[in-house]
Design a protein around this ligand. Structure first.
Ligand code: URA
Length: 213
C-alpha cells in the first residue's frame, strides 16, 4: 500500500488549519470544540486513508455500463486510545461506517510515569486488517508507543497513527520505536512544557472535549 511520506504527514490544508485555530482558542465553547473536532477528523481521515487498495466493479450508470473504482475491501480497524481518542474516532467512523472498532485504555503511573494498561478490547484478526490508531495529542509519545506495542502484540502488522497535534518529542519517540507506523497530523507544535503538555497546543484535549475541569 503506497503512502505519501515515509513517516510523517502534516495536513496543511486551509480548512484543517482554520478549524485547528478554532480548537486552539481557549474561548471556544465545549460544544463547538466537539463539533469542529468531528469535522477536522473527517478531513484528516481523508489523508490517513490515502492509498487504500482499490478494485473495480461493474455498475450501470443511467447512461451505460462501466467498470467503476471501489475500495478493495481490505478490512479496517479503528483503535481509539481512551479517552480523547474517541473524539477523533467518531468523525472517522462516520466516513468509514463498516470499520471495526477497538479501544486501548492507558493511565500514567504517578511514580514511574510509565503508561499502565487498564483496558484493551480490539477486533479479531488484527493481522489481516489495516489498523488506524487515533489519539488527538501526540505529546511525549509514551502512551502512543505503548498502545502500538499492545496492538502489535495482538497481531497488527499494518498500522497508521492519526492525531490532531504532535510535539517534536512525540514524533521522534514514535519514529524510534515504530518506524513502520506512519503518522498523520494537522500540526507539529514547538515543544512540550515541563508537565508534558504541547505548547502552544490546545490544552487537555479530553477536558476540552468533554467539558471536564
Ligand atoms: N494530552 C493533552 O490532552 N494535551 C497535551 O497538550 C498533551 C497531552
Amino acid at each position: 500500500m503506497s503512502y505519501p511520506d515515509d513517516h510523517l504527514t502534516v495536513v496543511d490544508h486551509p480548512l484543517v488549519q482554520h478549524k485547528l485555530t478554532i480548537m486552539r482558542d481557549k474561548n471556544t465553547p465545549t460544544a463547538v470544540f466537539r463539533q469542529v473536532l468531528r469535522e477536522i477528523s473527517q478531513l484528516l481521515a481523508y489523508e490517513v486513508t490515502r492509498g487504500l487498495p482499490m478494485t473495480t466493479k461493474g455498475i450501470e450508470t443511467p447512461m451505460q455500463e462501466m467498470e467503476a473504482p471501489t475500495l478493495a475491501g481490505k478490512k479496517l480497524a479503528l483503535i481509539s486510545i481512551l479517552r480523547a481518542g474517541n473524539g477523533l474516532l467518531d468523525g472517522v467512523l462516520e466516513l468509514i461506517p463498516s470499520a471495526r472498532v477497538g479501544f486501548v485504555g492507558l493511565y500514567r503511573d504517578e511514580k514511574t510515569l510509565q503508561p499502565v494498561q487498564y483496558y484493551f478490547k480490539v477486533p479479531e484478526g488484527l493481522d489481516d486488517r489495516l489498523v488506524i490508531c487515533v489519539d488527538p495529542m501526540l505529546a511525549t509519545g509514551n502512551s502512543s508507543v505503548a498502545a502500538i506495542d499492545l496492538l502489535k502484540k495482538a497481531g497488527a502488522n499494518h498500522i497508521r497513527f492519526l492525531c490532531l497535534l504532535a510535539a517534536p518529542e512525540g514524533v521522534a519517540r514514535m519514529k524510534e520505536a515504530h518506524p513502520d507506523v506512519p503518522i498523520v497530523t494537522a500540526a507539529v507544535d514547538h515543544a512540550l512544557n515541563d508537565v508534558g503538555y504541547i505548547v502552544p497546543g490546545l490544552g487537555d484535549a479530553g477536558d476540552r472535549m468533554y467539558g471536564t475541569k
